[in-house]
Design a protein around this ligand. Structure first.
Ligand code: SF4
Length: 371
């Protein structure tokens, strides 16, 4: 390492320790040269500044993937089926309701409603679905339709994004998940998902959602064809939008999951747990205006999910009774609320359930928990 490189790293460490805003150059240096445990302790301190204490939150939720029919053909996706494929499906309102009954039985507070980019489903179908969910399950927030789905709707319904968001919100949409962010750099998007929303379109949907009072999460799928500078560019674009709107509740990063997808041949060395933990720690340090950072146990596994709590994460995301998109790519982890409690307790933290907007619910465990 040259003297200049060393001093740049030391300066970035110092700024992070002082709680100063990091530059993009700082973040690249930390990702490239930072020591894993040093980054972990800096990120843990940043987490304590923002969310002090030993509480780790999670939400009881489930995924509902209402259709797997999609015309966007992302190279990393093993979930979709093209129109006309014998394995393509669209769930009925009753099938969706049956899944929400199961979620209600667990005390669930959120459904993550996402689907493929179906070429023919009309707005009225979505409005009817949202209304039926709101009427029958008012306590369950619909966290639905990632930005690429919204831009797809705008295209097929020939409607501005603003109106799509307003119509879905009026029908019962409560918040928008950050899915489809991947890496918000168009060079990367052209390689991994050339037909999906551009970076500006993704950010434009989020801006519009925030302006209309919908909270959203932000995601990053990394460790494939992006450079470290592009990974930081992604975070920088999120941070700039957050400075403007303050609508992102949380940041969630996960590594590209490869076994069953076409992207595999383009990725020689997919990111593992070491890179995941470093990246999530740098994200906690860099995204100083995003309230929460989630540990992605669904993709990293419960054990790395626990470790991430010592690298700046303060939330374990959702219990995900059903997960089809990541599991279609070969990664399958599931958890009951009780298992989630045990996982958080075993890592030395106090589990609390929350709503989509991160309102912490009353304690659900006895104060004395048997070892
Ligand atoms: S990731 Fe989403 S948009 Fe891309 S192919 Fe899969 S279902 Fe379609």
């Amino acid at each position: 390492m040259t003297a200049t490189a060393t001093s740049a790293l030391e300066a970035a460490y110092d700024r992070a320790a002082a709680g100063e805003r990091l530059s993009t150059e700082d973040a690249v240096v930390l990702l490239a040269q930072g020591d894993l445990l040093t980054l972990g302790s800096l990120a843990a301190a940043a987490r304590q500044r923002r969310n002090p204490g030993r509480t780790v939150t999670y939400i009881v939720d489930r995924n509902v993937n209402y259709t797997n029919v999609c015309v966007t053909y992302c190279s990393f996706c093993a979930f979709y089926r093209p129109p006309g494929h014998e394995e393509g499906y669209v769930q009925t309102y009753e099938q969706v309701a049956a899944r929400l009954e199961e979620l209600r039985a667990q005390g669930g507070r959120q459904v993550l409603l996402q689907g493929g980019h179906h070429p023919d489903l009309p707005l009225a179908w979505y409005e009817g679905l949202l209304r039926s969910m709101r009427e029958r399950f008012p306590e369950i927030n619909v966290h639905g339709f990632s930005p690429p789905e919204i831009t797809h709707f705008a295209e097929i319904w020939k409607m501005p994004v603003r109106e799509v968001v307003a119509r879905l919100k009026a029908a019962g949409l409560g918040s928008i998940p950050g899915g489809g962010g991947e890496i918000l750099v168009d060079r990367v998007r052209k390689v991994i998902a050339p037909m999906k929303a551009t970076s500006d379109e993704w950010l434009g949907v989020m801006r519009e959602a925030h302006l209309q009072g919908l909270s959203t999460s932000a995601t990053m799928m990394f460790g494939h064809v992006e450079t470290l500078a592009e990974r930081v560019d992604h975070m920088d674009r999120l941070r700039r939008l957050q400075d403007e709107t303050h609508g992102f509740t949380a940041f969630i990063a996960w590594t590209y999951q490869n076994p069953n997808t076409n992207l595999l041949r383009k990725v020689k060395d997919p990111a593992g747990s070491h890179v995941y933990l470093k990246t999530v720690a740098v994200a906690r340090l860099f995204l100083d205006n995003v309230p929460h950072v989630q540990s992605s146990w669904v993709t990293q596994g419960p054990k790395v999910g626990q470790l991430a709590l010592d690298f700046g994460c303060d939330d374990m995301g959702g219990t995900m009774m059903e997960e089809n998109v990541v599991s279609a790519a070969g990664t399958t982890y599931r958890m009951t609320p009780e298992e989630m409690d045990r996982l958080i307790l075993a890592a030395g933290w106090e589990p609390r359930r929350r709503t989509t907007r991160y309102e912490v619910l009353p304690p659900h465990l006895p104060t004395e928990v048997p070892a």
